[in-house]
Ligand binder design. Structure first.
Ligand code: S3P
Length: 162
């Protein structure tokens, strides 16, 4: 069965997926491979809507992957994506945290430049977080509070749900 890790930017989806399984799939990395440029560059040249289209088709492909999949933080914006996640024979695990902790993590992650972060004020980003929060909960089959937990503690909890 596929396990999708969902949650806001900075919640540790990729880190946890990597530790869960050697052949995990990072959706953003898969998209980068497909578009042939960093996500930030794609947002700039093609726009967010074009990114969301690709994200949707990659998500549909991954439902039957049988792998641990880390998703992008915006996966739940689309009602179609939410339906895909709800209908999927899959575990959908929401790595939940509070905005301040996530903001600190995103701000210090200089290796991964996220266009949504770069182009938004802290206040605007918090508004996005508040809009998305109920959407993650809507599609999640399990919710794990990851605040102040180590990756190995989180991996342990995710495995209990698998
Ligand atoms: C996005 C989150 C990013 C990436 C893109 C858009 C978002 O993924 O998909 O920059 O809208 O929240 P991460 O959650 O892995 O940072």
């Amino acid at each position: 069965m596929t396990t999708f890790l969902i949650g806001f930017m900075g919640s540790g989806k990729s880190t946890i997926a990597r530790q869960m399984s050697a052949d995990f799939i990072d959706m953003d990395a898969m998209i980068v491979e497909r578009i042939g440029m960093p996500i930030a560059a794609f947002f700039e040249t093609q726009g967010e809507a074009a990114f969301r289209q690709i994200e949707k088709s990659v998500l549909s492909e991954l439902v039957v992957s049988d792998k641990v999949v880390s998703t992008g933080g915006g996966i739940v914006i689309s009602p179609v994506n939410r339906q895909i996640l709800k209908d999927a024979v899959a575990k959908v695990i929401y790595l939940k945290s509070d905005f301040d902790s996530l903001y600190n993590r995103i701000s210090s992650d200089t290796d991964n430049v996220r266009p949504i972060f770069v182009n938004s004020s802290r206040q605007a980003l918090e508004a996005i977080f508040n809009t998305r929060q109920p959407l993650y909960e809507e599609v999640a089959s399990q919710i794990i509070d990851v605040t102040d937990k180590t990756p190995s503690q989180i991996v342990q909890e995710v495995k209990e749900f698998q």
